[in-house]
Design a protein around this ligand. Structure first.
Ligand code: AMP
Length: 177
């Protein structure tokens, strides 16, 4: 699925945060009422019949549309955050990044075995952070787990999809090749 309006309004910032990176600035989609509506409506159409009970948003750009979508789906919203931000007991996942390790957390009582979970983030690049979130959500043993990104980057040798298990159900609204 490709959406011309979203592609047209997505800002590209060259050399941010370091030289050589083409940063896809999703804030220009979040601030635009038409784009915000398109994103939430398209995701609602994709997931309305899946029985989603929890949407997990990855800090922090995954919170924006994730929470709006949870509301539309009649589901709850769960924050997946960096360490030390969530106040109660958490489950954690540590994963390797280009330089060193990173950890993410979800509150231990945020997801149950009865849940059908959709994990949402703004952008798929290497897939490393979403794969960690996927492994973390699996620790809760939910009935089913879906994955969504607004943007899929398939440029400069990036094949983020390939890091996920074959049975992982992944959707993206726009693909940049
Ligand atoms: P990754 O784990 O490599 O898939 O990176 C995904 C996360 O990093 C997303 O949450 C994005 O917010 C951010 N990110 C990585 N590369 C870019 C990029 N070129 N433009 C915008 N955001 C990016």
């Amino acid at each position: 699925m490709n959406n011309e309006t979203l592609l047209k309004n997505l800002r590209n910032v060259p050399d941010f945060p370091i030289p050589g990176i083409q940063f896809k600035d999703v804030s220009t989609l979040y601030k635009n009422p038409k784009c915000l509506k398109i994103m939430v409506n398209e995701l609602y159409d994709l997931y309305k019949d899946k029985g989603i009970t929890k949407v997990v948003g990855i800090e922090s750009r995954g919170f924006v549309v994730g929470a709006a979508l949870a509301y539309r789906l009649g589901a709850g919203f769960v924050m997946c955050r960096k360490p030390g931000k969530l106040p109660a007991e958490t489950l954690q996942e540590t994963y390797m990044k280009e330089y060193g390790k990173d950890t993410i957390e979800i509150h231990a009582d945020a997801i149950s075995e009865k849940d059908v979970v959709l994990i949402h983030d703004d952008l798929l690049a290497t897939g490393g952070s979403m794969l960690a979130a996927y492994h973390l959500v699996k620790k809760f043993n939910p009935k089913q787990t879906f994955i969504n990104f607004i943007i899929e980057l398939s440029i400069e040798g990036l094949h983020g999809r390939s890091v996920f298990p074959e049975d992982a159900e992944i959707t993206t609204l726009i693909k940049i090749e």
